[in-house]
Write a protein that binds this ligand. Structure first.
Ligand SMILES: CSC[C@H]1O[C@H](OP(=O)(O)O)[C@H](O)[C@@H]1O
Length: 406
């Protein structure tokens, strides 16, 4: 099992605990940090210690569950925080406000909003704090269980779809794929979305190799983009591909077209995740996704969005309605990482024998920057939307029919 972004200990239902992997320190440092309440959920999501639309939703829901656990415990003194427990209605009103605060941590990824909307409905129908805790516990457990199950189903759906397309075009050899950002175990409860398809394609390749089926289309190489400025591709996806021993070559975001043109093997698809898919199929995803889609269209390479139903926004009609989060300028002007020896790449350790995190400046402090965390890819550039329900492709008018997902 590769790294887990979220550790949820539910062995004692009266003493639930959650830890999240601090992804700002990867790939050199593996450090889990505890979550105790909604404030911790907000901070770890805002700082992107945990990131990835599905993982954000799960950590958000878990932080609400832990806050309810606190409110349900005798030793918790209500005057320590925001709650007036003199009435159940007052407490519910305040908890609704806390959900809105949590939602503001990352506005573009719809999964968090969908999860908090569900929890808000549970809250509206709850009669007391202990029944509320039971309902939110059951909801959150289901959210985590369904995420992994759906990711494996989605991965197999996507692999099967691409291989059948290649069969139809009479393509029977090794191929490469592209991917951007991190859409794997570090962005979900496990297996991943776009990288889940790549994991399924790799399982298929290994099976074909073991059976000696050398005259069949099989994925042989992955080209992950580094994904500036947060480097989810170089720090996280490359890490997961190395862990899974999937052949991969990390490439600069700026090299996509040249990589396709000079690739030693044909590149047949790009698989990307999503933070929000709206009714017409326009998709918000990591900044750089739209230009990857444009380049794929130029080269006739299939471009697939991979996302579970929890990433669907069925209220917004087109991409124009999507709020794109802009991150702080420092996240662009400074590159965060771990101090390593230039030759050996071994982390340099401090007096406590711990790796040293550092930021290096790569731009003049005075310069203005534009640092959108996402972009919006119009559905015209998307060849298919891969979900756990199935693969959705456009009709002859070039439109997606996604009502089954709403
Ligand atoms: C399955 S993760 C979906 C999505 O989330 C990532 O964004 P971030 O790392 O800023 O949370 C990226 O856009 C992934 O494609």
């Amino acid at each position: 099992m590769s790294l887990e972004a979220i550790l949820f200990n539910k062995s004692d239902k009266d003493n639930l605990s959650v830890k999240i992997l601090d992804q700002l320190l990867l790939p050199y440092v593996t450090k889990y940090i505890p979550i105790y309440n909604i404030d911790d959920g907000y901070i770890t999501i805002k700082k992107m210690q945990v990131r990835g639309a599905p993982a954000i939703a799960m950590v958000g829901a878990l932080s609400v569950l832990l806050e309810i656990q606190l409110l349900n415990s005798e030793q918790y003194s209500f005057d320590q925080c925001n709650y007036d427990a003199s009435s159940w209605e007052l407490l519910k009103e305040q908890l609704h406000k806390r959900l809105e605060y949590l939602l503001s941590s990352r506005p573009t990824a719809v999964n968090l909003g969908n999860a908090l909307h569900d929890i808000s409905n549970i809250l509206d129908n709850a009669d007391n704090i202990s029944s509320l805790k039971e309902e939110v516990f059951n909801y959150t457990c289901k959210l985590l269980e369904n995420d992994i199950k759906d990711n494996v189903t989605m991965g197999n759906n996507g692999a099967r779809h691409l291989l059948s397309l290649l069969e139809k075009e009479d393509f029977h050899s090794d191929f490469g794929v592209l991917t951007i950002c991190n859409t794997a175990s570090l962005a979900t409860a496990g297996y991943g979305t776009a990288l889940g398809v790549i994991r399924s394609l790799w399982e298929d390749s290994k099976q074909k190799t073991a059976n000696g089926n050398n005259n069949m289309a099989k994925m042989a190489h992955v080209f992950p983009l580094e994904t500036r400025p947060y480097n989810q591709g170089s720090r996280l996806t490359a890490y997961e591909l190395v862990h899974d021993q999937i052949p991969a070559t990390l490439i600069p975001d700026s090299s996509i077209a040249y990589r396709i043109m000079t690739s030693p093997l044909p590149i047949k698809a790009a698989f990307v995740g999503a933070d929000r898919i709206v009714r017409n199929g326009d998709t918000a995803n990591k900044i750089g996704t739209f230009q990857l889609a444009v380049i794929c269209k130029q080269f006739g390479i299939k471009f697939f969005v991979v996302a579970p139903r929890t990433t669907i926004d069925n209220k917004t009609h087109t991409g124009d309605g999507i709020v794109v989060e802009e991150r702080k300028a420092e996240e662009f002007k400074l590159v965060s990482g771990t101090l390593v020896h230039a030759e050996t790449f071994d982390p340099i350790l401090d007096e406590d024998n711990m790796p040293i995190s550092a930021k290096v400046g790569v731009a003049p402090p005075e310069v203005d920057v534009w640092n959108p965390s996402f972009d919006v890819t119009p559905h015209e550039f998307i060849d298919g939307i891969i979900t756990e329900v199935g693969v959705f492709t456009k009709n002859n008018n070039g439109n997606f029919a996604l009502t089954e997902l709403f």
